[in-house]
Design a protein around this ligand. Structure first.
Ligand SMILES: *[C@@H]1O[C@H](CO)[C@@H](O)[C@H](O)[C@H]1NC(C)=O
Ligand SMILES: *[C@@H]1O[C@H](CO)[C@@H](O)[C@H](O)[C@H]1NC(C)=O
Ligand SMILES: *[C@@H]1O[C@H](CO)[C@@H](O)[C@H](O)[C@H]1NC(C)=O
Length: 579
Protein backbone atom coordinates (compact mmCIF):
# COMPACT_ATOMS: atom_id res chain seq x y z
CA UNK A 1 0.00 0.00 0.00
CA UNK A 2 1.08 3.53 -0.57
CA UNK A 3 2.82 5.37 2.19
CA UNK A 4 0.48 7.38 4.32
CA UNK A 5 1.19 10.55 6.17
CA UNK A 6 -0.25 10.56 9.61
CA UNK A 7 -1.80 13.85 10.48
CA UNK A 8 -0.51 13.51 13.96
CA UNK A 9 2.02 11.04 15.07
CA UNK A 10 1.20 9.31 18.25
CA UNK A 11 2.05 6.04 19.82
CA UNK A 12 -0.88 3.77 19.38
CA UNK A 13 -2.20 2.77 22.73
CA UNK A 14 -4.41 -0.19 23.22
CA UNK A 15 -7.62 1.00 24.71
CA UNK A 16 -8.11 -0.67 28.06
CA UNK A 17 -9.78 -4.00 27.67
CA UNK A 18 -13.25 -3.54 28.90
CA UNK A 19 -14.46 -6.43 30.95
CA UNK A 20 -18.15 -6.33 31.24
CA UNK A 21 -20.18 -8.70 33.32
CA UNK A 22 -20.99 -12.11 31.86
CA UNK A 23 -20.63 -11.96 28.09
CA UNK A 24 -18.07 -9.67 26.56
CA UNK A 25 -19.95 -6.84 24.99
CA UNK A 26 -18.02 -4.83 22.54
CA UNK A 27 -19.37 -1.52 21.93
CA UNK A 28 -20.89 -0.47 18.64
CA UNK A 29 -18.57 1.40 16.42
CA UNK A 30 -15.42 0.68 18.30
CA UNK A 31 -14.12 4.15 17.88
CA UNK A 32 -12.72 5.37 21.12
CA UNK A 33 -13.02 8.89 22.22
CA UNK A 34 -10.26 10.90 23.61
CA UNK A 35 -9.80 12.67 26.80
CA UNK A 36 -8.08 15.89 25.93
CA UNK A 37 -7.45 18.41 28.57
CA UNK A 38 -9.65 21.26 27.69
CA UNK A 39 -9.74 24.52 29.45
CA UNK A 40 -12.90 25.84 30.89
CA UNK A 41 -15.85 24.03 32.29
CA UNK A 42 -18.86 22.62 30.53
CA UNK A 43 -20.77 25.34 28.78
CA UNK A 44 -24.21 25.71 27.40
CA UNK A 45 -24.58 26.91 23.83
CA UNK A 46 -25.40 30.63 23.76
CA UNK A 47 -28.89 31.67 22.82
CA UNK A 48 -27.48 33.42 19.78
CA UNK A 49 -25.70 30.25 18.59
CA UNK A 50 -28.89 28.25 18.96
CA UNK A 51 -30.83 30.83 17.00
CA UNK A 52 -28.20 30.88 14.23
CA UNK A 53 -28.44 27.07 14.15
CA UNK A 54 -32.20 27.23 13.74
CA UNK A 55 -31.85 29.71 10.88
CA UNK A 56 -29.37 27.37 9.19
CA UNK A 57 -31.74 24.44 9.61
CA UNK A 58 -34.48 26.46 7.86
CA UNK A 59 -32.09 27.41 5.09
CA UNK A 60 -31.14 23.77 4.52
CA UNK A 61 -34.81 22.84 4.70
CA UNK A 62 -35.70 25.14 1.83
CA UNK A 63 -32.79 23.75 -0.20
CA UNK A 64 -34.25 20.30 0.40
CA UNK A 65 -37.38 21.34 -1.50
CA UNK A 66 -35.22 22.26 -4.47
CA UNK A 67 -33.40 18.98 -4.22
CA UNK A 68 -36.67 17.10 -4.10
CA UNK A 69 -37.48 18.60 -7.52
CA UNK A 70 -34.10 17.41 -8.81
CA UNK A 71 -34.89 13.90 -7.75
CA UNK A 72 -36.11 12.67 -11.11
CA UNK A 73 -33.05 14.07 -12.83
CA UNK A 74 -30.81 12.29 -10.33
CA UNK A 75 -32.50 8.95 -10.15
CA UNK A 76 -34.94 8.84 -13.01
CA UNK A 77 -34.49 6.83 -16.19
CA UNK A 78 -32.32 9.53 -17.74
CA UNK A 79 -29.88 9.65 -14.84
CA UNK A 80 -26.32 9.03 -15.86
CA UNK A 81 -24.16 6.43 -14.18
CA UNK A 82 -27.25 4.77 -12.82
CA UNK A 83 -26.86 1.78 -10.62
CA UNK A 84 -30.27 0.42 -11.43
CA UNK A 85 -28.74 -2.29 -13.57
CA UNK A 86 -27.03 -3.70 -10.53
CA UNK A 87 -28.56 -6.62 -8.81
CA UNK A 88 -30.47 -6.15 -5.58
CA UNK A 89 -30.54 -9.06 -3.21
CA UNK A 90 -33.37 -11.59 -3.15
CA UNK A 91 -33.40 -14.88 -1.25
CA UNK A 92 -32.25 -17.52 -3.78
CA UNK A 93 -34.35 -20.61 -4.38
CA UNK A 94 -33.26 -23.90 -2.82
CA UNK A 95 -32.08 -25.06 -6.19
CA UNK A 96 -29.99 -21.91 -6.65
CA UNK A 97 -28.54 -22.37 -3.16
CA UNK A 98 -27.67 -25.98 -3.97
CA UNK A 99 -25.78 -24.73 -6.99
CA UNK A 100 -23.96 -22.14 -4.90
CA UNK A 101 -22.66 -24.72 -2.42
CA UNK A 102 -22.15 -27.63 -4.83
CA UNK A 103 -21.99 -31.31 -3.87
CA UNK A 104 -20.73 -32.33 -0.45
CA UNK A 105 -20.18 -28.76 0.82
CA UNK A 106 -17.86 -28.05 3.75
CA UNK A 107 -18.66 -25.01 5.86
CA UNK A 108 -16.92 -22.69 8.27
CA UNK A 109 -19.00 -20.71 10.75
CA UNK A 110 -18.25 -18.21 13.47
CA UNK A 111 -20.50 -16.59 16.05
CA UNK A 112 -22.33 -13.36 15.40
CA UNK A 113 -23.52 -11.10 18.21
CA UNK A 114 -27.00 -9.61 18.23
CA UNK A 115 -26.12 -6.56 20.31
CA UNK A 116 -23.33 -5.37 18.03
CA UNK A 117 -23.94 -2.74 15.39
CA UNK A 118 -23.15 -3.35 11.73
CA UNK A 119 -19.64 -1.98 12.04
CA UNK A 120 -18.61 -4.72 14.43
CA UNK A 121 -20.66 -7.22 12.48
CA UNK A 122 -18.80 -6.15 9.36
CA UNK A 123 -15.32 -6.86 10.65
CA UNK A 124 -16.41 -10.09 12.28
CA UNK A 125 -17.75 -11.29 8.97
CA UNK A 126 -14.65 -10.08 7.14
CA UNK A 127 -12.58 -12.29 9.43
CA UNK A 128 -14.97 -15.18 8.75
CA UNK A 129 -14.42 -14.73 5.01
CA UNK A 130 -10.68 -14.91 5.57
CA UNK A 131 -10.76 -17.94 7.85
CA UNK A 132 -13.05 -19.80 5.45
CA UNK A 133 -10.62 -19.07 2.59
CA UNK A 134 -7.74 -20.40 4.68
CA UNK A 135 -9.80 -23.49 5.50
CA UNK A 136 -11.00 -23.98 1.91
CA UNK A 137 -14.58 -23.95 3.20
CA UNK A 138 -17.79 -22.05 2.49
CA UNK A 139 -18.52 -19.36 5.10
CA UNK A 140 -21.99 -19.06 6.62
CA UNK A 141 -22.49 -15.53 7.95
CA UNK A 142 -25.05 -13.93 10.31
CA UNK A 143 -28.05 -12.80 8.33
CA UNK A 144 -29.18 -9.75 10.25
CA UNK A 145 -28.34 -6.64 12.21
CA UNK A 146 -30.26 -5.08 15.06
CA UNK A 147 -30.53 -1.33 14.47
CA UNK A 148 -31.05 0.94 17.46
CA UNK A 149 -32.20 4.12 15.85
CA UNK A 150 -34.85 4.99 13.37
CA UNK A 151 -34.46 8.01 11.08
CA UNK A 152 -38.07 8.12 9.98
CA UNK A 153 -41.25 7.71 12.00
CA UNK A 154 -41.11 4.92 14.53
CA UNK A 155 -44.19 3.19 13.13
CA UNK A 156 -42.68 2.78 9.68
CA UNK A 157 -39.50 1.37 11.23
CA UNK A 158 -41.47 -1.00 13.38
CA UNK A 159 -43.50 -2.17 10.43
CA UNK A 160 -40.48 -2.88 8.24
CA UNK A 161 -38.33 -4.55 10.84
CA UNK A 162 -38.11 -8.35 10.79
CA UNK A 163 -38.50 -8.17 14.54
CA UNK A 164 -39.05 -5.27 16.84
CA UNK A 165 -38.39 -4.70 20.53
CA UNK A 166 -39.80 -1.64 22.22
CA UNK A 167 -37.47 -2.09 25.21
CA UNK A 168 -34.52 -3.99 23.88
CA UNK A 169 -32.88 -4.76 27.18
CA UNK A 170 -35.91 -6.70 28.33
CA UNK A 171 -35.04 -9.41 25.81
CA UNK A 172 -31.69 -10.68 26.98
CA UNK A 173 -33.18 -14.18 27.03
CA UNK A 174 -33.83 -13.96 23.29
CA UNK A 175 -30.72 -12.20 22.02
CA UNK A 176 -28.28 -13.58 24.58
CA UNK A 177 -26.76 -10.25 25.60
CA UNK A 178 -27.58 -6.72 26.68
CA UNK A 179 -27.08 -3.44 24.87
CA UNK A 180 -25.25 -0.49 26.46
CA UNK A 181 -28.48 1.39 26.83
CA UNK A 182 -32.16 0.68 26.60
CA UNK A 183 -34.47 1.77 23.83
CA UNK A 184 -36.04 0.22 20.75
CA UNK A 185 -34.36 -2.33 18.50
CA UNK A 186 -35.22 -3.23 14.92
CA UNK A 187 -33.96 -6.37 13.31
CA UNK A 188 -33.01 -5.88 9.65
CA UNK A 189 -31.69 -8.28 7.04
CA UNK A 190 -27.95 -8.04 6.39
CA UNK A 191 -28.77 -7.40 2.71
CA UNK A 192 -29.75 -3.85 3.73
CA UNK A 193 -26.14 -3.23 4.74
CA UNK A 194 -24.10 -5.51 2.53
CA UNK A 195 -24.17 -6.05 -1.22
CA UNK A 196 -24.46 -9.84 -1.14
CA UNK A 197 -24.70 -10.47 -4.90
CA UNK A 198 -21.49 -8.45 -5.31
CA UNK A 199 -19.84 -10.32 -2.46
CA UNK A 200 -20.65 -13.64 -4.13
CA UNK A 201 -19.22 -12.40 -7.41
CA UNK A 202 -15.98 -11.16 -5.89
CA UNK A 203 -15.43 -13.57 -3.01
CA UNK A 204 -17.10 -16.77 -4.14
CA UNK A 205 -19.59 -19.09 -2.47
CA UNK A 206 -21.06 -18.10 0.83
CA UNK A 207 -24.39 -18.42 2.61
CA UNK A 208 -26.23 -16.33 5.16
CA UNK A 209 -27.83 -18.12 8.12
CA UNK A 210 -31.26 -17.69 6.49
CA UNK A 211 -30.03 -19.19 3.25
CA UNK A 212 -28.40 -22.07 5.09
CA UNK A 213 -31.57 -22.82 7.07
CA UNK A 214 -33.61 -22.57 3.87
CA UNK A 215 -31.26 -24.87 1.98
CA UNK A 216 -31.51 -27.58 4.63
CA UNK A 217 -35.23 -26.99 5.34
CA UNK A 218 -34.52 -26.32 8.98
CA UNK A 219 -37.61 -25.22 10.90
CA UNK A 220 -37.49 -21.39 11.13
CA UNK A 221 -38.65 -21.64 14.74
CA UNK A 222 -35.23 -23.13 15.57
CA UNK A 223 -33.55 -19.89 14.51
CA UNK A 224 -31.34 -18.51 17.28
CA UNK A 225 -31.85 -14.73 17.62
CA UNK A 226 -28.54 -14.29 19.43
CA UNK A 227 -26.88 -14.63 15.99
CA UNK A 228 -24.52 -17.20 17.48
CA UNK A 229 -24.18 -20.47 15.64
CA UNK A 230 -26.39 -23.06 17.30
CA UNK A 231 -24.94 -26.54 16.82
CA UNK A 232 -27.98 -28.26 18.29
CA UNK A 233 -30.47 -26.50 16.07
CA UNK A 234 -28.44 -26.02 12.92
CA UNK A 235 -27.17 -29.55 12.25
CA UNK A 236 -29.26 -31.38 9.68
CA UNK A 237 -28.77 -35.14 9.66
CA UNK A 238 -25.69 -36.12 7.73
CA UNK A 239 -23.70 -33.00 8.61
CA UNK A 240 -21.12 -33.21 11.41
CA UNK A 241 -19.67 -30.31 13.38
CA UNK A 242 -16.23 -29.81 14.94
CA UNK A 243 -16.05 -26.88 17.34
CA UNK A 244 -12.91 -24.89 18.06
CA UNK A 245 -13.30 -22.85 21.22
CA UNK A 246 -12.12 -19.30 21.71
CA UNK A 247 -9.26 -20.56 23.92
CA UNK A 248 -8.15 -23.09 21.33
CA UNK A 249 -8.26 -20.46 18.63
CA UNK A 250 -6.23 -18.00 20.63
CA UNK A 251 -4.86 -17.59 24.11
CA UNK A 252 -2.12 -15.48 25.61
CA UNK A 253 0.61 -18.05 24.99
CA UNK A 254 0.70 -18.10 21.19
CA UNK A 255 -0.07 -16.05 18.13
CA UNK A 256 -2.62 -17.32 15.61
CA UNK A 257 -1.37 -16.95 12.03
CA UNK A 258 -2.87 -17.83 8.67
CA UNK A 259 -0.39 -20.36 7.34
CA UNK A 260 3.00 -21.78 8.33
CA UNK A 261 5.83 -19.30 7.89
CA UNK A 262 8.17 -20.13 5.07
CA UNK A 263 11.50 -20.70 6.74
CA UNK A 264 14.24 -19.57 4.42
CA UNK A 265 17.58 -21.31 4.27
CA UNK A 266 20.68 -19.53 5.60
CA UNK A 267 21.85 -19.24 1.98
CA UNK A 268 18.66 -17.49 0.92
CA UNK A 269 18.85 -15.15 3.88
CA UNK A 270 22.51 -14.40 3.22
CA UNK A 271 21.78 -13.80 -0.45
CA UNK A 272 19.33 -11.15 0.67
CA UNK A 273 21.94 -9.30 2.70
CA UNK A 274 23.22 -6.87 0.06
CA UNK A 275 19.64 -5.88 -0.62
CA UNK A 276 18.85 -5.45 3.08
CA UNK A 277 22.04 -3.56 3.80
CA UNK A 278 21.59 -1.22 0.86
CA UNK A 279 24.79 0.58 -0.05
CA UNK A 280 26.13 0.30 3.45
CA UNK A 281 27.58 -3.22 3.30
CA UNK A 282 27.64 -5.42 6.34
CA UNK A 283 24.94 -5.80 8.97
CA UNK A 284 25.91 -6.97 12.46
CA UNK A 285 24.22 -10.23 13.48
CA UNK A 286 22.07 -10.68 16.52
CA UNK A 287 22.61 -13.62 18.82
CA UNK A 288 19.90 -16.24 18.26
CA UNK A 289 20.02 -17.02 21.97
CA UNK A 290 19.41 -13.40 22.96
CA UNK A 291 16.54 -13.11 20.49
CA UNK A 292 14.97 -16.24 21.96
CA UNK A 293 15.29 -14.96 25.52
CA UNK A 294 14.17 -11.45 24.70
CA UNK A 295 11.04 -12.45 22.75
CA UNK A 296 9.89 -15.35 24.91
CA UNK A 297 7.65 -13.46 27.30
CA UNK A 298 4.85 -12.72 24.86
CA UNK A 299 3.77 -14.13 21.53
CA UNK A 300 3.93 -11.18 19.11
CA UNK A 301 6.09 -8.07 19.23
CA UNK A 302 5.91 -4.79 17.40
CA UNK A 303 9.29 -3.84 15.95
CA UNK A 304 9.62 -1.04 18.49
CA UNK A 305 8.89 -3.33 21.42
CA UNK A 306 11.24 -6.00 20.04
CA UNK A 307 14.07 -3.48 19.72
CA UNK A 308 13.51 -2.34 23.30
CA UNK A 309 13.43 -5.92 24.58
CA UNK A 310 16.68 -6.76 22.80
CA UNK A 311 18.41 -3.63 24.03
CA UNK A 312 17.30 -4.37 27.57
CA UNK A 313 19.11 -7.69 27.15
CA UNK A 314 22.24 -5.71 26.33
CA UNK A 315 22.22 -6.21 22.58
CA UNK A 316 23.63 -3.03 21.08
CA UNK A 317 23.78 -4.28 17.49
CA UNK A 318 20.07 -3.83 16.87
CA UNK A 319 19.57 -1.90 13.62
CA UNK A 320 17.48 1.24 13.66
CA UNK A 321 16.36 0.82 10.10
CA UNK A 322 13.35 -1.53 9.92
CA UNK A 323 14.59 -3.31 6.82
CA UNK A 324 17.92 -4.15 8.45
CA UNK A 325 16.33 -5.07 11.74
CA UNK A 326 14.05 -7.42 9.82
CA UNK A 327 16.98 -9.11 8.25
CA UNK A 328 18.72 -9.41 11.62
CA UNK A 329 15.63 -10.97 13.18
CA UNK A 330 15.12 -13.48 10.39
CA UNK A 331 18.79 -14.38 10.41
CA UNK A 332 18.54 -15.02 14.15
CA UNK A 333 15.61 -17.39 13.62
CA UNK A 334 12.61 -15.19 14.41
CA UNK A 335 9.42 -15.23 12.32
CA UNK A 336 8.26 -12.04 10.65
CA UNK A 337 4.55 -11.31 10.74
CA UNK A 338 2.48 -9.12 8.45
CA UNK A 339 -0.49 -7.33 9.96
CA UNK A 340 -1.98 -3.86 10.56
CA UNK A 341 -0.85 -1.40 13.19
CA UNK A 342 -2.59 -1.14 16.56
CA UNK A 343 -4.03 2.19 15.41
CA UNK A 344 -6.78 0.23 13.64
CA UNK A 345 -7.23 -2.38 16.36
CA UNK A 346 -10.59 -0.95 17.30
CA UNK A 347 -12.03 0.03 13.96
CA UNK A 348 -10.31 -2.56 11.76
CA UNK A 349 -9.84 -0.28 8.80
CA UNK A 350 -7.78 -2.05 6.13
CA UNK A 351 -5.14 0.59 6.41
CA UNK A 352 -1.89 1.17 8.21
CA UNK A 353 -0.13 -2.10 7.33
CA UNK A 354 2.61 -3.03 9.77
CA UNK A 355 5.03 -5.76 10.78
CA UNK A 356 5.52 -7.65 13.98
CA UNK A 357 7.80 -10.48 14.97
CA UNK A 358 7.48 -13.75 16.92
CA UNK A 359 9.47 -16.82 17.84
CA UNK A 360 8.78 -19.87 15.67
CA UNK A 361 7.61 -21.75 18.76
CA UNK A 362 4.93 -19.09 19.38
CA UNK A 363 3.05 -19.30 16.12
CA UNK A 364 0.06 -21.55 15.39
CA UNK A 365 -1.12 -21.62 11.79
CA UNK A 366 -4.88 -21.93 11.36
CA UNK A 367 -4.40 -23.88 8.12
CA UNK A 368 -2.44 -26.55 10.00
CA UNK A 369 -5.01 -26.89 12.78
CA UNK A 370 -7.91 -27.18 10.35
CA UNK A 371 -6.22 -29.67 8.07
CA UNK A 372 -6.24 -32.44 10.64
CA UNK A 373 -9.07 -34.22 12.54
CA UNK A 374 -11.45 -33.48 14.09
CA UNK A 375 -11.70 -30.40 11.87
CA UNK A 376 -10.58 -31.75 8.51
CA UNK A 377 -13.23 -34.46 8.37
CA UNK A 378 -16.16 -32.44 9.77
CA UNK A 379 -18.83 -30.97 7.50
CA UNK A 380 -18.92 -27.82 9.60
CA UNK A 381 -16.03 -26.17 11.41
CA UNK A 382 -17.46 -23.90 14.08
CA UNK A 383 -15.13 -21.29 15.58
CA UNK A 384 -17.01 -20.34 18.72
CA UNK A 385 -16.85 -17.29 20.94
CA UNK A 386 -15.40 -13.83 20.60
CA UNK A 387 -12.60 -13.89 18.04
CA UNK A 388 -12.41 -10.20 17.32
CA UNK A 389 -12.17 -8.09 20.48
CA UNK A 390 -8.70 -6.53 20.65
CA UNK A 391 -7.72 -8.53 17.56
CA UNK A 392 -6.12 -7.34 14.39
CA UNK A 393 -8.20 -6.99 11.20
CA UNK A 394 -8.83 -10.51 9.95
CA UNK A 395 -8.58 -11.91 13.48
CA UNK A 396 -5.11 -13.36 12.92
CA UNK A 397 -1.63 -12.45 11.71
CA UNK A 398 -0.20 -13.23 8.31
CA UNK A 399 3.10 -14.93 7.62
CA UNK A 400 3.63 -13.30 4.25
CA UNK A 401 3.12 -9.85 2.80
CA UNK A 402 1.28 -11.40 -0.12
CA UNK A 403 -1.44 -12.94 2.00
CA UNK A 404 -1.87 -9.79 4.13
CA UNK A 405 -2.16 -7.61 1.05
CA UNK A 406 -4.49 -9.98 -0.73
CA UNK A 407 -6.77 -9.90 2.33
CA UNK A 408 -6.74 -6.10 2.16
CA UNK A 409 -7.67 -6.22 -1.52
CA UNK A 410 -10.33 -8.83 -0.93
CA UNK A 411 -12.11 -6.76 1.69
CA UNK A 412 -11.81 -3.47 -0.18
CA UNK A 413 -13.16 -4.98 -3.35
CA UNK A 414 -15.86 -7.23 -1.97
CA UNK A 415 -17.41 -5.50 1.06
CA UNK A 416 -19.66 -2.66 0.03
CA UNK A 417 -23.14 -1.33 0.68
CA UNK A 418 -26.04 -2.35 -1.58
CA UNK A 419 -26.49 -0.32 -4.80
CA UNK A 420 -29.30 1.88 -3.48
CA UNK A 421 -27.28 2.90 -0.42
CA UNK A 422 -24.23 3.72 -2.52
CA UNK A 423 -26.39 5.71 -4.90
CA UNK A 424 -27.79 7.62 -1.96
CA UNK A 425 -24.27 8.25 -0.66
CA UNK A 426 -23.24 9.62 -4.04
CA UNK A 427 -26.32 11.86 -4.07
CA UNK A 428 -25.56 13.19 -0.58
CA UNK A 429 -22.00 13.91 -1.65
CA UNK A 430 -23.30 15.86 -4.65
CA UNK A 431 -25.46 17.94 -2.32
CA UNK A 432 -22.52 18.65 -0.05
CA UNK A 433 -20.52 19.69 -3.09
CA UNK A 434 -23.29 22.09 -4.11
CA UNK A 435 -23.39 23.60 -0.61
CA UNK A 436 -19.68 24.42 -0.90
CA UNK A 437 -19.94 25.47 -4.55
CA UNK A 438 -17.78 22.62 -5.78
CA UNK A 439 -14.92 23.10 -3.33
CA UNK A 440 -13.61 20.15 -1.36
CA UNK A 441 -15.34 19.48 1.91
CA UNK A 442 -14.44 17.68 5.08
CA UNK A 443 -16.43 15.22 7.17
CA UNK A 444 -16.27 13.69 10.57
CA UNK A 445 -18.11 11.35 12.89
CA UNK A 446 -19.14 12.45 16.37
CA UNK A 447 -20.34 9.47 18.29
CA UNK A 448 -22.48 10.44 21.23
CA UNK A 449 -25.46 8.35 22.23
CA UNK A 450 -24.57 5.27 24.25
CA UNK A 451 -20.87 6.17 24.28
CA UNK A 452 -21.64 9.09 26.55
CA UNK A 453 -23.49 6.88 29.01
CA UNK A 454 -20.75 4.26 29.23
CA UNK A 455 -18.01 6.89 29.40
CA UNK A 456 -16.41 5.89 26.10
CA UNK A 457 -16.94 9.49 25.07
CA UNK A 458 -14.96 11.17 27.82
CA UNK A 459 -16.30 14.51 26.70
CA UNK A 460 -19.72 14.33 28.24
CA UNK A 461 -20.29 17.91 27.26
CA UNK A 462 -21.51 18.10 23.64
CA UNK A 463 -20.11 21.59 23.05
CA UNK A 464 -16.60 20.69 24.12
CA UNK A 465 -16.73 17.38 22.30
CA UNK A 466 -17.84 19.17 19.15
CA UNK A 467 -15.21 21.89 19.43
CA UNK A 468 -12.44 19.31 19.65
CA UNK A 469 -13.76 17.58 16.60
CA UNK A 470 -13.95 20.86 14.74
CA UNK A 471 -10.38 21.72 15.69
CA UNK A 472 -9.26 18.40 14.21
CA UNK A 473 -11.14 19.19 11.02
CA UNK A 474 -9.33 22.51 10.78
CA UNK A 475 -6.05 20.61 10.89
CA UNK A 476 -7.46 18.36 8.18
CA UNK A 477 -8.00 21.41 6.01
CA UNK A 478 -4.33 22.32 6.49
CA UNK A 479 -3.45 18.88 5.19
CA UNK A 480 -5.61 19.44 2.12
CA UNK A 481 -3.84 22.74 1.62
CA UNK A 482 -0.44 21.09 1.84
CA UNK A 483 -1.41 18.44 -0.71
CA UNK A 484 -3.30 20.46 -3.26
CA UNK A 485 -1.90 23.95 -2.85
CA UNK A 486 -4.32 26.70 -3.63
CA UNK A 487 -6.05 25.18 -6.64
CA UNK A 488 -9.26 27.14 -6.08
CA UNK A 489 -11.06 24.15 -4.54
CA UNK A 490 -9.73 24.36 -0.99
CA UNK A 491 -12.40 24.64 1.68
CA UNK A 492 -12.96 28.20 2.84
CA UNK A 493 -12.91 29.04 6.50
CA UNK A 494 -16.65 29.31 6.81
CA UNK A 495 -17.52 26.41 4.49
CA UNK A 496 -19.92 23.90 6.00
CA UNK A 497 -18.73 20.37 6.72
CA UNK A 498 -20.53 17.05 7.02
CA UNK A 499 -21.13 15.76 10.51
CA UNK A 500 -22.33 12.21 11.12
CA UNK A 501 -23.64 12.06 14.64
CA UNK A 502 -26.14 10.29 16.81
CA UNK A 503 -26.50 13.30 19.12
CA UNK A 504 -30.23 13.88 19.54
CA UNK A 505 -30.48 16.96 21.77
CA UNK A 506 -31.99 19.71 19.63
CA UNK A 507 -30.11 22.49 21.41
CA UNK A 508 -26.80 20.74 20.79
CA UNK A 509 -27.67 20.09 17.15
CA UNK A 510 -28.53 23.77 16.67
CA UNK A 511 -25.18 24.64 18.15
CA UNK A 512 -23.40 22.25 15.76
CA UNK A 513 -25.20 23.82 12.81
CA UNK A 514 -24.33 27.31 13.98
CA UNK A 515 -20.68 26.24 13.80
CA UNK A 516 -20.90 24.93 10.23
CA UNK A 517 -22.10 21.35 10.61
CA UNK A 518 -24.44 19.88 8.00
CA UNK A 519 -26.32 16.87 9.30
CA UNK A 520 -27.78 13.92 7.48
CA UNK A 521 -31.29 15.29 8.01
CA UNK A 522 -30.24 18.52 6.26
CA UNK A 523 -29.49 16.59 3.09
CA UNK A 524 -32.02 13.79 3.06
CA UNK A 525 -35.28 14.31 1.19
CA UNK A 526 -38.25 11.99 1.59
CA UNK A 527 -37.44 10.49 -1.81
CA UNK A 528 -33.87 9.89 -0.73
CA UNK A 529 -35.18 8.00 2.27
CA UNK A 530 -37.42 5.95 0.04
CA UNK A 531 -34.29 4.72 -1.73
CA UNK A 532 -33.46 2.94 1.46
CA UNK A 533 -36.48 0.81 0.63
CA UNK A 534 -38.08 -1.37 3.21
CA UNK A 535 -34.90 -0.98 5.25
CA UNK A 536 -36.26 2.54 5.78
CA UNK A 537 -34.36 2.74 8.96
CA UNK A 538 -31.21 4.71 8.57
CA UNK A 539 -28.94 2.98 10.98
CA UNK A 540 -26.83 5.98 11.80
CA UNK A 541 -24.69 3.84 14.01
CA UNK A 542 -23.44 1.89 11.09
CA UNK A 543 -23.51 4.23 8.14
CA UNK A 544 -21.06 6.57 9.67
CA UNK A 545 -18.66 4.49 11.65
CA UNK A 546 -15.12 5.09 10.87
CA UNK A 547 -13.41 1.85 9.93
CA UNK A 548 -16.00 1.09 7.30
CA UNK A 549 -15.83 4.64 5.98
CA UNK A 550 -12.05 4.48 5.68
CA UNK A 551 -12.34 1.18 3.82
CA UNK A 552 -14.93 2.70 1.53
CA UNK A 553 -12.55 5.54 0.74
CA UNK A 554 -9.62 3.21 0.13
CA UNK A 555 -11.77 1.09 -2.17
CA UNK A 556 -12.61 4.20 -4.22
CA UNK A 557 -8.88 4.79 -4.60
CA UNK A 558 -8.89 7.86 -2.35
CA UNK A 559 -5.58 9.12 -1.12
CA UNK A 560 -4.05 7.25 1.77
CA UNK A 561 -3.39 10.50 3.59
CA UNK A 562 -6.93 11.73 3.34
CA UNK A 563 -8.00 10.47 6.74
CA UNK A 564 -6.30 10.42 10.06
CA UNK A 565 -6.33 9.49 13.67
CA UNK A 566 -6.51 12.07 16.34
CA UNK A 567 -3.84 12.00 18.98
CA UNK A 568 -5.15 10.53 22.13
CA UNK A 569 -4.47 9.64 25.65
CA UNK A 570 -6.64 6.65 26.19
CA UNK A 571 -8.14 5.60 22.94
CA UNK A 572 -8.18 6.60 19.32
CA UNK A 573 -10.79 8.30 17.30
CA UNK A 574 -10.74 8.22 13.58
CA UNK A 575 -11.43 11.30 11.60
CA UNK A 576 -11.76 11.59 7.94
CA UNK A 577 -11.14 14.41 5.60
CA UNK A 578 -12.99 14.17 2.41
CA UNK A 579 -10.91 15.29 -0.50
C1 LIG B 1 -29.68 -23.12 20.75
O1 LIG B 1 -30.94 -22.52 20.69
C2 LIG B 1 -31.84 -22.95 21.70
C3 LIG B 1 -33.15 -22.28 21.46
O2 LIG B 1 -33.70 -22.70 20.25
C4 LIG B 1 -31.29 -22.61 23.05
O3 LIG B 1 -32.15 -23.11 24.06
C5 LIG B 1 -29.92 -23.18 23.22
O4 LIG B 1 -29.37 -22.75 24.43
C6 LIG B 1 -29.03 -22.75 22.07
N1 LIG B 1 -27.75 -23.39 22.18
C7 LIG B 1 -26.64 -22.72 22.43
C8 LIG B 1 -25.41 -23.53 22.52
O5 LIG B 1 -26.63 -21.51 22.56
C1 LIG C 1 -12.75 -37.51 12.23
O1 LIG C 1 -11.59 -38.21 12.59
C2 LIG C 1 -11.44 -38.43 13.99
C3 LIG C 1 -10.07 -39.04 14.24
O2 LIG C 1 -9.78 -40.02 13.30
C4 LIG C 1 -12.58 -39.30 14.48
O3 LIG C 1 -12.49 -39.48 15.88
C5 LIG C 1 -13.89 -38.61 14.16
O4 LIG C 1 -14.97 -39.43 14.51
C6 LIG C 1 -13.98 -38.30 12.67
N1 LIG C 1 -15.15 -37.48 12.45
C7 LIG C 1 -15.95 -37.70 11.42
C8 LIG C 1 -17.10 -36.77 11.32
O5 LIG C 1 -15.77 -38.58 10.62
C1 LIG D 1 -30.40 19.68 25.70
O1 LIG D 1 -29.21 20.37 25.96
C2 LIG D 1 -29.41 21.60 26.65
C3 LIG D 1 -28.11 22.36 26.66
O2 LIG D 1 -27.04 21.59 27.07
C4 LIG D 1 -29.97 21.31 28.03
O3 LIG D 1 -30.17 22.50 28.73
C5 LIG D 1 -31.28 20.55 27.86
O4 LIG D 1 -31.76 20.15 29.09
C6 LIG D 1 -31.10 19.33 26.97
N1 LIG D 1 -32.38 18.78 26.66
C7 LIG D 1 -32.69 17.51 26.88
C8 LIG D 1 -34.06 17.09 26.46
O5 LIG D 1 -31.91 16.73 27.38
Amino acid sequence: MAEYQPLEIDTPVRPPKRRLPSRPIVIGAAVGFVLLILLGSSHEPSRQAVSTGLTKAKEYGSKLNGWAEDFEASYGPQAKGTMRLEEEYALPSREALRQIVGDDPKYLVKDGWATYGYNNGRYMLEATLLMAKIAGRIPVIPDSVWARSCATDAEACEEHALRYFEHRNEHEDVVGAKWNDDGAAYKLGIENFLDIPHLRKTYGSLLTYTEYLHLYSIDPSLYDESLRWNVTNYSPSGLTTATMSEQEFQDRTFVRVDRPARVRSKEEIMADLPHAAGEGGDVPRLSAETVKLALASKPAWSLTAARDALRRRGDDKVADKDELFFWQLEEAGAVLLWTYSDEVLMNKAMARPSNEVALPSSIRPLSTALSSPPYSNASIVYLSGNLHDQRKPGGLYFTSPLSRDSYTRLILSSIRAPPRIRKLGARLAEKMASLVEGRRWVATHLRRGDFVGIAWAPERDPVRHFERTKAALERGKDVLRSHFGDDGRLPRNDDPFYLATDESNGTSLSYFRSRGAVLLSDLLTAQDSSLLGPGHITPTEMSSTSGGAVNGRLAMGKEEWSWGLLGREKAGRVRRWRA
